[in-house]
Design a protein around this ligand. Structure first.
Ligand code: ACO
Length: 320
């Protein structure tokens, strides 16, 4: 039996940081409101050069370096993003071009904030079946470009960034299992009207639109269920988890999940305070941070979860 194993991780954060204090000068909000409702204190905001393919490329290079590989060793590129550089080509092709390689398959997955967990699952299937040996999986988003900076109910929540892993076939786990779900009935709770010319209706703007309370309620329940599903599928109890690496949307959602799992917060990787919600990048950036600062060690059991507009959600249990 083949497994896929994370060989290396990497991430990229845009240079510009916007604090709550700065935001409170442009919209009617306060640091106190944002921190108490979300745990967010600051976010990184991409400039024109820092597109998804640019950020994904730099995160990918770092993951390759950590894996001890170079771009020519990759057999496939999967990019999870909801904010592609262009309508086409896809971001994975643009990233492939930046890496200076050709020929291997390169495609995007559009699954909002759950994108990285979905991409990891797809990559895992390719490796388990023996079709592909080494895959660069990138989660990247620049949601601040589709954020209405005059809408205080959304603009405080999002940030930009990229995270990446290099996955490779191995005899031992590796990724133990992945669990994916979707519920399209929830399509109106969180969405971005199309930004293609002519496709926005008259009263629509191409910005994130969200029913915050509906998202909150659904996220807590769905994430609790999917992590239980992941543990049950591997006959594991919560006590086997060394690190929970949750989607970084809101500290209150993260805390609710940790409580449900009876995990103390020092077993949870939290970046939402500094990164805000970076969508598909949030989980791989948190993973990379905890790998690089030494919290996550080889042999540790990791539980990843994510949820995004759709709704789409999922979890992965991994031996690092
Ligand atoms: N500053 C000050 N006041 C604000 C702000 C702000 N930035 N935003 C909203 N308010 C006001 C509202 O207008 C409302 O005022 P009102 O009572 O006079 O109408 C009041 O604050 C309370 O608003 P609520 O929406 O009830 O606040 P709540 O406690 O639900 O928190 C929040 C809102 C933070 C959006 C929360 O619902 C949430 O986090 N939901 C999850 C959303 C999320 O994570 N989305 C990310 C994408 S999806 C994903 O990744 C899972």
């Amino acid at each position: 039996m083949k497994y896929s194993r994370i060989l290396g991780t990497g991430s990229y954060l845009p240079k510009k940081v916007v604090t709550n204090e700065e935001l409170s000068k442009t919209v009617e909000t306060t640091d106190e409101w944002i921190v108490s409702r979300t745990g967010i204190r600051a976010r990184h905001v991409a400039n024109e050069e820092e597109t998804s393919s640019y950020m994904g490329y730099h995160a990918g290079l770092r993951a390759l370096e950590a894996a001890g590989l170079n771009a020519n060793d990759i057999d496939m590129i999967i990019v999870a993003t909801t904010t592609p550089d262009k309508g086409l080509p896809n971001t994975a092709c643009l990233l492939q071009d930046r890496l200076g390689i050709t020929g291997i398959p390169a495609f995007d997955i559009t699954v909002a904030c759950a994108g990285f967990v979905y991409a990891l699952s797809v990559a895992d299937q390719y490796i388990r079946t023996g079709m592909i040996k080494t895959i660069l999986v990138v989660g990247v988003d620049a949601l601040t470009a589709v954020t209405n900076w005059e809408d205080r109910s959304t603009c405080v929540l999002f940030g930009d960034g990229a995270g990446a892993v290099v996955l490779q076939a191995a005899e031992n786990p590796g990724i133990l299992s992945t669990h994916l779900h979707a519920d399209g009935r929830q399509k109106d709770s969180l969405y971005i009207p199309s930004w293609l010319p002519g496709q926005c209706k008259k009263d629509e703007v191409p910005y994130i639109s969200m029913d915050g309370r509906a998202v909150f309620r659904f996220a807590v329940k769905a994430l609790e269920e999917v992590v239980e599903e992941a543990l049950a599928a591997n006959q594991m109890s919560q006590s086997a988890i060394d690190w929970l690496i949750p989607h970084q949307a809101n500290l209150r959602i993260i805390t609710a999940l940790a409580e449900k799992l009876k995990l103390s917060l020092d077993k949870v990787v939290v970046t939402v305070d500094r990164h805000a919600n970076t969508s598909a990048a949030s989980v791989p950036m948190a993973l990379d941070e905890a790998v690089r600062d030494g919290r996550i060690q080889r042999g540790h059991t990791l539980l990843l979860d994510a949820i995004g507009g759709g709704f789409v959600w999922g979890a992965a249990l991994i031996v690092y």
